[in-house]
Design a protein around this ligand. Structure first.
Ligand SMILES: [Ca+2]
Ligand SMILES: [Ca+2]
Ligand SMILES: [Zn+2]
Length: 536
């Protein structure tokens, strides 16, 4: 089919399991060989609501829960086919691949497409078109998503000391990696939380835009990625802090999910900063409270680069110095500032539009603390010559993860991380969200997917509560504005109930507490109550 694009390469089809009725019905295609992965017969003790008694069963149960959860949220009349595996992936004793997942096929110019000549992941394209646009030569070829997990994790020679936690309650401890959180994250990539661009080259898949990139904006040029050349995309992809998501749903809901940003207070306004330099003392708020003076050196070039002795040491002494990145190492600049008598140093990025950067380098003789600021802020601060800093302040106006315009930042490290760059929210989001590049300890995707649903709605997904037994089309939202999954308590009840009566009383209790907590309305409680009465 000429409008279809293969995104991943296929494995062999060995088994098929259907996962029952949801608004969006997911079909898991188990591509593991007998005896490994999903078929691993090693005995296991039931844990955290996962009743499986073999490693393979527990993998299947946890995998299925993630499909149920997304199935209870997303609306589609077309089954979503997921190729799943727990076979070994590449790894060493200390690191390696936890999972690989993404869209398996893409579609353009189908009935219901909002944008022309724009690639949609096939799960979303099928949902919008109301039909399977590419049945394929077989179920593997025509699948929508591939999600492959590293079944060797924790074995000798493979990320030793870690294990998967297959409980359904997000209670992983210590070195356990919470599989449900990881899979909820990976499945999101396959459902559309990813662009189809190679950020190392700027090249598009088949030379076409994709729906995700139509919401990605570079705030330095003011252009959407869909309006950029490959060279412009390549340059933008590494502008840390300057790549944002401009979809209306994420933009509206992010302030409800995120906490306040910690910024450097100054007489010139609040500024983004980054601490944690690999040299010098720990950066504290007290150390960055007081007068700041721009460092000046003799000679040509950027006289504010702090690479040789400062000529205004008398003004800098006892103050916080500010100098600019470039020509010499960060630790060199810190030492020059220290030698001039500075008690702390701010180093401004010199890359056009660049944000604060992590600062490496070693010099055990550096004893003053250092932080970095972005180039635009840095230029303003350096041009001022002197100003006042008021330490690290909890911003009254800015949320952690949003840029100065209130847009959600996308992950754009200064070195491209293929597969991670741009297709995640930025790590600066706090509390951390599901779609940051790293799975963090406080995530609870068993019942909350924070801003992921908002992004799905931005790219065109319809969402609607559904639960086995109540069918599709109840017309109620599937999550709260902060991403709490309405059906999640009912899944918990189903996990733990011995019989239908148990399930119903548990469900009524769960729904009542949601209503009393102001999470769902009385009307939604009624809708879900019908589902609950028919479930289990
Ligand atoms: Ca298909
Ligand atoms: Ca974070
Ligand atoms: Zn990811």
């Amino acid at each position: 089919m000429k409008n279809s694009f293969k995104a991943l390469c296929a494995g062999a089809l060995l088994g098929l399991a259907s996962l029952g009725s949801q608004a969006a019905n997911f079909i898991l295609v188990n591509v593991d060989d007998p005896g490994v992965g999903f078929n691993d017969p090693t005995p296991a003790t039931p844990v955290g609501g996962n009743y499986g008694t073999t490693v393979g069963q527990q993998r299947l149960v946890a995998y299925s829960r993630a499909l149920q959860l997304w199935g209870s949220i997303l609306k589609s009349d077309v089954s979503i086919t997921v190729l799943g595996s727990f076979s070994p992936l590449s790894c060493t004793a200390t690191g390696g691949t936890l999972a690989q997942a993404g869209a398996w096929n893409g579609e353009i110019n189908f009935p219901g497409a909002a944008a022309a000549n724009t690639i949609y992941p096939s799960a979303l394209a099928n949902a919008l078109a109301g039909q399977d646009l590419y049945p394929g030569t077989d179920i593997v070829d025509g699948a929508d998503i591939g999600a492959f997990f590293n079944g060797s994790l924790g074995a000798p020679g493979c990320i030793e000391g870690s294990t998967w936690y297959y409980g359904l309650d997000n209670h992983a401890t210590g070195a356990q990696i919470d599989f449900l959180n990881v899979f909820m994250h990976e499945l999101s990539h396959g459902l559309g939380f990813a662009n189809w661009v190679n950020e190392a080259t700027g090249a598009r898949t088949a030379g076409l835009n994709d729906i995700y990139m139509t919401f990605q904006k570079d705030t330095v040029t003011g252009k959407l990625w869909s309006n950029m050349t490959a060279a412009e995309i390549k340059a933008a992809a590494i502008r840390d802090g300057k790549e944002v998501w401009v979809g209306p749903n994420v933009t509206a809901r992010a302030p409800l999910v995120l906490g306040p940003a910690t910024l450097l207070g100054t007489s010139l306004g609040e500024k983004d900063f980054l601490g944690g330099a690999s040299f010098g003392a720990t950066a504290t708020s007290a150390a960055f409270t007081g007068g700041v003076v721009t460092g000046v050196r003799a000679g040509t070039g950027d006289v504010n680069d702090g690479c040789t002795a400062l000529t205004n040491a008398a003004a800098v002494a006892g103050k916080i110095a500010i100098v600019r990145r470039g020509t010499c190492g960060f630790a060199v600049k810190a030492k020059v500032a220290q030698d001039a008598g500075a008690r702390a140093v701010i180093i401004a990025n010199n890359a056009v539009g660049g944000g604060p950067v992590g600062m490496g380098g070693t010099d055990p003789t550096v004893t003053i603390p250092a932080i970095s600021v972005g180039s635009d802020d840095g230029n303003t601060m350096i041009a001022a010559g002197s100003f006042n800093a008021t330490g690290f302040v909890v911003s009254a106006t800015r949320k952690a993860g949003l840029d100065v315009n209130g847009w959600m930042r996308l992950y754009s490290p200064t070195t491209v991380a293929l597969g991670s760059t741009a297709s995640h929210f930025d790590v600066v989001a706090e509390p951390s969200v599901l779609m940051e590049p790293n799975i963090t300890p406080l995530l609870a995707a068993s019942h909350n997917v924070d801003l992921t649903v908002a992004l799905f709605e931005d790219i065109g997904w319809k969402t609607e509560i559904s639960f086995a037994g109540c069918g599709a089309g109840s017309g109620s939202p599937a999550t709260t504005l902060t991403g709490e999954i309405y059906a999640a308590p009912l899944f918990f009840c189903a996990d733990n109930a011995k019989n239908k009566g148990d399930f119903q009383s548990c469900s009524v209790q769960a729904l009542t507490s949601l209503m009393k907590g102001g999470i769902i309305s009385g009307a939604t409680k009624g809708t879900l109550g019908v589902c609950a009465a028919n479930g289990k």
